[in-house]
Design a protein around this ligand. Structure first.
Ligand code: TYD
Ligand code: MG
Length: 463
């Protein structure tokens, strides 16, 4: 990296008039002000993203930093434009904000290009868009748009990966919305590094971010995710952009979840749910029960939980498989959950529940390819593990939620009543929940509520 940056070029800039000089001098040659010159590091290509460099404008001039009383700063409620896709708007925090830069990440083939093309077409009448494709040819993009039956008025496309030329076209066409698909294909002439390298991706993205902030055009950056889960290389992009949205989903399932991982204009962890069909992505405005496996009879190792990621409850099924291990170091595999959390829960199960799984492989999976990040999954995970270990299904129509502490206590989770309500609405008959989340009556809208305070209570309740 250090090599790429080369030798930083410095200049001296007058704080009064902004004139630039090569050498320090006591008096500004332009405006005659005394002692007004200060040294700046000129924007070398790789340093362009650094805050110090950002202060200088494209021409290398410096806007003298000015302190302003915050109460005097004029601001307006961010104007939001609907993407025409309700679930997308929800994840964005209520629509797209002018000048916002949004990174959309996800596995290849999950539907990023499809979603953005659909959104772009829907918004084109209000926000003329430019779809920059670096992966597919214009013919492929047009073919997809036609297949999806999208209206194409106001929509321009550009097959280009050089960021300088992209910005040239953008300055000419003045789109209000730019989609760069994908950011990994972008490169800038100012760096010698290979396209796809972190410095290229970061610098190219930085150029687009600056363009967005200068012109008020919104920018979507598409990024592929690597196996490790980060957006390839440009994990570094996360801090430059206003919002980071991740597409999740199982390749075997047609459902896709878009999650706000970071959002300067809305709540994080908000979920949008889509179904992939032959007409592209269709929103699922009422997704509550789509992540249940839907099998008829209750199977051992399965437990339904009510998660509340974002602002609405969702019923999801947690599955566990516990099997005697041939390995001296048995496997703990968590899909859709955090691996370390699983290891911790198994330790609590041993220490406070007296249940030994140290000679067993434990696999836990969240059905539908979605990720559950909240701790309310603790109790359902252990209930599913126990059910698999005992090879006994839970009683029919049972749900569970609750956090488990290291000393074996079951802790309450937020929005308990809302979760119970969701389960009751979907016909569940029995809920195993933390005592502090349980109604005193022991039932809720005809659903039996089993309140548990300690892990030992839960072991009995899950019999
Ligand atoms: P795509 O948007 O190209 O994914 P990404 O940009 O994230 O790599 O999605 C491609 C997948 O979606 C591909 O496997 C085909 C499928 N698909 C449909 O099922 N229906 C459709 O209408 C479209 C356009 C794609
Ligand atoms: Mg794509």
């Amino acid at each position: 990296m250090a090599k790429l940056q080369g030798k930083a070029r410095t200049a001296y800039v007058c704080g009064e008039c902004g004139a630039e000089h090569n050498k320090w001098q006591g008096q500004c040659g332009e405006c005659g002000a005394w002692n007004s010159l200060s040294e700046i590091v000129l924007e070398t290509a790789a340093a362009a993203a650094s805050p110090a460099a950002r202060r200088s404008s494209w021409a290398g001039k410096v806007d003298a930093p000015k302190v302003t009383a915050l109460k005097d700063v004029r601001h307006s409620e961010e104007a939001r434009v609907s993407t025409g896709i309700g679930e997308f708007d929800r994840v964005l925090g209520g629509g797209l904000v002018e000048g916002a830069v949004v990174l959309v990440g996800g596995d290849p083939g999950i539907g990023k290009s499809t979603l953005l093309l659909q959104a772009l077409a829907q918004m084109a009448p209000t926000l003329p868009g430019l779809y920059v494709t670096g992966e597919e040819s214009l013919g492929q993009v047009a073919g997809r748009a036609a297949r999806l039956g999208l209206p194409l008025d106001g929509l321009n496309a550009l097959a280009e990966t050089g960021v300088e030329r992209i910005l040239e076209h953008a300055s000419q066409w003045q789109p209000k919305l730019i989609v760069a698909d994908s950011v990994q294909t972008l490169w800038t002439e100012s760096l010698t590094a290979a396209p796809g390298s972190v410095s290229q991706v970061r610098e190219s993205a930085a150029r687009l971010v600056r363009y967005a902030k200068e012109t008020g055009a919104a920018v979507f950056l598409v990024g592929h995710v690597t196996k490790e889960g980060g957006i390839a290389g440009p994990r570094v992009l996360e801090h430059m952009v206003d919002a980071v949205l991740y597409f999740e989903g199982d390749s075997g399932s047609r459902f896709r979840v878009l999650r706000a991982f970071k959002n300067r204009f809305g709540a994080v962890n908000e979920l949008g749910v889509f179904a992939m069909g032959d007409k592209g992505l269709r929103e699922v405005p009422n997704p509550s029960a789509i992540f249940l496996s839907g099998g008829s009879a209750q199977q051992p190792g399965s437990c339904v939980m009510v998660t509340r990621e974002g602002t609405r409850p969702l019923l999801v099924e947690v599955q566990a498989l516990v099997d005697s291990s041939p390995l001296s170091n048995p496997r703990r595999v968590a899909v859709g959950l955090e691996q370390n959390r699983l290891a911790m829960l198994l330790a609590v199960l041993h220490r406070h529940g007296g249940v030994v799984v140290s000679d067993q492989d434990v696999f836990v999976n969240v059905v539908g390819g979605i990720r559950v990040q909240e701790t309310a999954a603790d109790l359902p995970v252990l209930v599913a593990v126990l059910s698999s270990l005992r090879d006994r299904p839970l009683p029919d129509k049972t749900i569970a939620f609750g956090e488990i502490g290291l000393s074996g206590e079951i802790r309450p989770v937020p929005n308990g009543e809302e979760r119970l309500k969701e389960a009751a609405t979907h016909g569940f008959k029995r809920a195993i929940v933390p005592k502090a989340n349980a109604p005193k009556a022991g039932s809720y809208k005809g659903m039996e509520v089993v309140a548990v305070e300690r892990l030992s209570d839960a072991l009995i309740a899950a019999e």
